[in-house]
Design a protein around this ligand. Sequence first.
Ligand SMILES: *Cc1c(COP(=O)(O)O)cnc(C)c1O
Length: 501
Amino acid sequence: MSARYHTLLSALPSMHAALEAFTAPGDIPCAASCLALSAALPRPLLRESIDGFLKLCRQSVMKGDVNSADDLGLPALLPRMVRHVERVSRPHFRRVLNATGVVIHTNLGRSPLAPEAVRAVAETAMRYSNLEFDLTAGDRGDRHGHVEDLLCRLTGAEGAMAVNNNAAAVLLLLDTLCRDKEVVISRGELVEIGGSFRIPDIMEKSGCLLQETGTTNRTHAYDYVAAINERTAAIMKVHPSNFRIIGFTRGVGREALADLAHARHLPLLEDLGGGVLFDFAAAGFPHLAEEVSAAQALAQGVDVVTFSGDKALGGPQAGIIAGKTEYLNRIKKNPLARALRIDKMTLAALEATLRLYLDPALAVKRIPVLRMLCMSEDELRRRAGSLAKVLKKRFAGHVPPVKISIRPSVSRGGGGAFPGQDFPTWLVTLQTETRTPDALRAALLETEPPLVARVQDNALCFDPRTLDKEEDALLAGVLGQVLPFRESGKESSPRLPPAKT
Ligand SMILES: *Cc1c(COP(=O)(O)O)cnc(C)c1O
């Protein structure tokens, strides 16, 4: 190694000096960040992050990217070091901004919770609770008892229980009622949902045999009748969550199917997918009325329904099983229920969410998913307008210019709810000469917090439906991270990290 490299490298701060700069920064511009990081990070994590930064600096020197020892002293390096430590020491699982307009976005965590649910989670998570303790008897209690009455009230069911998720609910239902027997299902309902969750695979895992009937687009009552034999344990309906069969189609209504099943002493089961707990049309939202509610399905003769807690219901990840007592009692006694049981934080969030449903007007106001699905086009246009205003102000005089405008478009329900249905919305669009929309979209995935946006018609688009009004300023700040005020193209400082790791 040449003497020049040696001199440059020896100008780099030692680990000891760097650590001290974080724990006792003195009177320097980034002192607050240093102190915050040293207080928040476990010491080994802080050390590793600093070490990683110093390694990158050494690489920059060896590549000949640095010419002056002054650039490598602690005072010059510290701001970059702080940024590097902040970036690499972040928790892996964290908040993102959802500007896609997809309300129930499975990859982005599905339903944000109502504040009431968040409070209930915090309270029961931090302290002891009566999870399985009967406060009246002073003795062992049942975790399923906490939400059963609420679920029965909201669905009209005789009995109900909540498990880990809807996939677990389907598995438990079929394992209990149909193991080693046959289940009749229409070919038009053998669905695959994202994450390769396939109804036929779940049925197989539960040890029941699938008896497919009808064709993909048409299934008649006589198809069901022909498929039933002495080994049949149930007839099942499945919500076609992420597709729609249009054109020459035919299915059998729930009432007719229930009559057909009951005449043969068989239960009619239905996997509803997302759980709808009230009549959207009656509540003044006819555009959402296409989804059948759990109460409607049960009233039309279905014996047991299952649905998700974190789709259209807007609560935590959970699976709900509701229906006739004779079946629910057997399901509750299945040893598999222990393996699929709901945890205490979920239970707290679920009860708080369900309580809001006792007043549909309150539910629409407080449950984020319902509020977003029910936003009117006028409201979305106003929201887009006010977000555009915030962004225009942020980028006024920017070089090169950042063009912000609004335009009408559509959002999607997502999460297997409202398949194929368009929800009218207004988008805020952003364009700038030096960056393609795709490059901007990618850069925004690395901001803090990351922002997930969509690209449409050669513009980066933000759908205000899935952004809280209070997130507008945050969104502007995040955009500022990728569009620094003046993009002259030439950096005056030496090419040191943060480089991409
Ligand atoms: C989403 C969905 C499931 C799976 O529900 P999870 O709560 O994600 O386990 C099962 N069936 C249907 C019809 C669905 O739409």
